[in-house]
Design a protein around this ligand. Structure first.
Ligand SMILES: Nc1ncnc2c1ncn2[C@@H]1O[C@H](COP(=O)(O)OP(=O)(O)O)[C@@H](O)[C@H]1O
Ligand SMILES: [Mg+2]
Length: 258
């Protein structure tokens, strides 16, 4: 199998069952390196399941998931890929700095790495405060800092902005942008469609299928909609095929790959 050289993640024919439910039945998707890719779609469409498959913690029934050239979940990827789950794993009774030091040590890193991550997410002023005293937006930044430890090449963030007000969400997206500008690849999920505008690339999911693989501008152009919410509805209404938007691989390219 040949993958695009600029693909950080290549998913081919992925099949996943959870309980009695088939979540994916032959899913194909690529995630482009050095970009912020938004994985958007309503609750239950399979965002977390796809992320789990990419970081190698999801039991799969078939297909392949290739991450930075290796099989998802393989040992060599441990330090190259990071993952923040939907519920932030932060210790409330530790300071921000002690949280980061704890996770840094567990990853074989030092205090300087911890401080640098705190700085990147803009929490240096709060480093001595207890994580439990932070606002929702600041807590999200602590989990983000943990995900940044060790400078991973691929950072997978599951709904990091959920429950934040628009101003905090905007700030967090700016931070994602800054991290991607250093060359990292970010995959960020959200069920809030208006976050689409903050991404370089968009994957719109519905019921376990990618209904568009595009850019914010491409989404609006393809649907003629005024905003991302309307565009998503338009795609559903028109029974969109992934190739309806400016998909990076044409169907012919896909066939040639196999
Ligand atoms: N532990 C589980 N057991 C059975 N079904 C599950 C489990 N977790 C998720 N699912 C189902 O898998 C589908 C995809 O879920 P998920 O990936 O969590 O969606 P999202 O993250 O987009 O909300 C949903 O239909 C959900 O009900
Ligand atoms: Mg989820």
């Amino acid at each position: 199998m040949m993958n695009k050289p600029d693909a950080a993640v290549a998913v081919r024919g992925l099949t996943v069952r959870r309980g009695s439910r088939t979540v994916f039945d032959g899913l194909d998707v690529d995630i482009i390196r050095g970009s912020v890719t938004g994985l958007l779609g309503p609750s239950g469409c399979g965002k977390s399941t796809l992320m789990r498959s990419i970081v190698g913690v999801q039991k799969t029934r078939g297909g392949t998931v290739t991450v930075l050239g290796d099989r998802a979940g393989s040992r060599g990827l441990r330090r190259r890929v990071s993952y923040a789950t939907q519920s932030a794993a932060v210790y409330d009774d530790l300071s921000v700095r002690d949280n980061l030091r704890y996770f840094a040590r567990a990853a074989g890193l030092g205090r300087r790495d911890a401080d640098r991550a705190i700085d990147t997410v803009g929490l240096t002023e709060h480093a001595r405060g207890l994580a439990g005293d932070l606002s929702g937006g600041q807590r999200s930044r602590v989990s983000l800092a943990v995900a940044l430890l060790g400078d991973p090449e691929l950072i997978v963030l599951d709904e990091p902005t959920v429950g934040l007000d628009p101003v905090l969400r905007d700030e967090l997206w700016s931070t994602f942008r800054g991290i991607a500008d250093t060359g990292a690849t970010l995959l960020v999920s959200s069920h809030v469609m208006d976050e689409a505008t903050r991404c370089d690339r968009l994957l719109l999911m519905r019921e376990g299928r990618v209904i568009a693989d595009t850019t914010p501008a491409g989404l609006l152009a393809a649907t003629g909609a005024a905003d991302a919410d309307a565009a998503f509805l338009e795609l559903i209404r028109s029974g969109a095929h992934p190739d309806a938007a400016d998909h990076p691989l044409t169907r012919r390219e896909r066939r040639a790959e196999r």
